[in-house]
Design a protein around this ligand. Structure first.
Ligand SMILES: Cc1cc2nc3c(=O)[nH]c(=O)nc-3n(C[C@H](O)[C@H](O)[C@H](O)COP(=O)(O)OP(=O)(O)OC[C@H]3O[C@@H](n4cnc5c(N)ncnc54)[C@H](O)[C@@H]3O)c2cc1C
Length: 443
């Protein structure tokens, strides 16, 4: 029997697994996809938010904590994290006059916020519209590759004894005396504690033990442009009237510096609706273009994700002894993930005597993208667009047998069909041999 079964290896399940792996516990993670982070996590904006309003919410508290923890997490797990900073722009007189009050309010809640004049802002971001009045600079905002961050947490957990079963869909959870039976397409598992981190499907898992919650899928679309360096910071407008349900998106940045504009918020009927409609693309561009002198020209991708929204806040509770919900983890769940993991660790510690392992094993240091060129000796570069080597791809395939994992962790083959073909050729040579009778996924 397991001590803890975690359902779902998105960013929350993975960070919880990582924290639990530091203790003498028998932990199993069940993930229906072939690799971690391939649902909501992969389709988020990848922003480490500096704050979330209103400050009274649990998700705001965990956002602030998670943001502060992120440098240490990046160091411990070896994922890349850049604090690029956020500029909130006043583009009318009313929001300009509100700058001192907003700055004070943010500072009162522990957020480092600096008011900026028009001249300084234009020096920081030369592409900003000349008509900008002023703004606030918030240096603690950052960017990550969300799937890399998630996968590194899983690899750390695995190295420290957590078991992962991918391609394993949970279809039932039954309470039996002091334990749970978790039923899956790969057999049944017994566990003392079950943690529900199933993202947009967390309502269905909770229902299996009789707990009801109303999940509202909220689609968010993004537009990605080719022009790296168009902005160096994340840029948003100070809203005249804040929207209670969304931060409203912005002219954001991908981890590798491409402009990513969005996301919007559209209520959808299906949890699987990740379509991006033409009018959404036009709407996103129309919303953010006025912030700049000109609009980036070349759209290279559009993508959408579905937020798991349950009311206005995260749902982290234990409705039944030993069954823990980590549900409704809408934005800023990526930012909050390390803090969510610490909170869940406290709940788990009510069930076990938590003994820290004597020795914790750390992942080998990852070569940073910009260092790849210097570090290759005998290695072969497979994706020149993103400087990804054959060795790195083979290492990923040792753990996760699907193209989507390679693409999302390294971004190799993300923008270029030639690189994609090279990777698929490489996967084709090794994956079928190793996964007889198992699952092989190409995308
Ligand atoms: C458009 C958009 C933009 C966002 N931008 C940001 C941002 O910039 N910054 C930020 O902090 N947050 C952002 N978020 C929020 C963030 O993406 C989420 O809070 C976070 O990814 C939630 O992680 P999760 O692990 O709870 O869910 P998921 O990533 O969805 O993981 C759940 C996992 O459970 C698995 N699963 C589901 N059902 C089963 C089952 N029956 N059996 C086994 N496995 C199962 C799924 O396959 C999945 O891997 C954004 C979200 C969206 C949609």
């Amino acid at each position: 029997m397991k001590d803890v079964v975690i359902i779902g290896a998105g960013v929350t399940g993975s960070f919880i697994a990582k924290e639990l792996s530091k203790f003498d516990l028998d932990v199993l993670v069940l993930e229906k996809k072939l690799a971690p982070g391939l649902e909501q996590t992969k389709s988020c904006s990848g922003i480490i938010h500096p704050f979330q309003l209103p400050f009274k919410l649990l998700r705001s508290k965990l956002c602030l904590e998670g943001n502060k923890m992120m440098d240490a997490e990046a160091e411990e797990l070896g994922f890349e994290f850049k604090r690029v900073g956020l500029i909130t722009v006043a583009n009318n007189l009313i929001t300009f006059l509100a700058i001192p009050i907003i700055t004070l309010y943010l500072r009162m809640h522990g957020v480092n916020a600096k008011p900026m004049g028009r001249k300084k802002l234009l020096e920081m971001e030369p592409n900003l519209n000349e008509k900008v009045y002023g703004g606030i600079f918030i240096p603690s905002a950052g960017v990550v590759n969300p799937v890399e961050m998630t996968a590194r947490a899983c690899l750390f957990a695995k190295l420290n004894g957590v078991k992962f079963i991918y391609g394993c869909k949970v279809v039932g959870v039954e309470r039996r005396e002091d334990r749970f039976i978790v039923k899956t397409n790969k057999g049944d598992f017994e566990s003392r504690v079950v943690i529900n981190c199933a993202g947009i499907y967390a309502d269905e898992i909770a229902k299996m033990v009789g707990y009801e919650m109303k999940m509202i899928p909220g689609k968010g679309s993004h537009v990605v442009f080719a022009e790296k360096g168009f902005t160096k910071h994340l840029v948003v407008a100070i809203p005249l009237k804040p929207n209670k349900r969304t931060k409203g998106g912005g002219a954001l940045l991908s981890f590798d510096g491409k402009p990513v504009w969005g996301p919007n918020l559209i209520d959808v009927d299906s949890k699987e609706d990740t379509s991006v409609k033409r009018d959404e693309i036009d709407g996103i561009i129309a919303k953010f273009a006025p912030l700049f002198k000109e609009t980036p020209k070349e759209i290279i991708a559009v993508y959408a994700g579905v937020r798991s929204i349950v009311g206005n806040d995260f749902v982290i509770n234990e409705p039944l002894k030993g069954f823990i919900n980590v549900a409704g983890i809408q934005s800023p769940g990526l930012t909050a993930a390390p803090a969510i993991a610490k909170m869940v660790l406290k709940i788990v510690s009510n069930h076990f005597e938590m003994r820290k392992k004597e020795r914790i094993v750390y992942l080998p240091r990852k070569v940073k993208r910009e260092e790849v060129c210097k570090s290759i000796e005998d290695d072969e570069i497979i994706c020149l667009c993103n400087m990804v080597t054959k060795k790195e791809i083979l290492e990923i395939l040792e753990n996760f047998k699907c193209f989507d994992a390679v693409k999302q962790i390294t971004w190799a083959g993300m923008d270029c069909e030639k690189c994609k073909a090279e990777i698929i050729k490489l996967i084709g040579k090794i994956v079928p041999k190793e996964s007889e009778g198992g699952d092989i996924a190409w995308s």
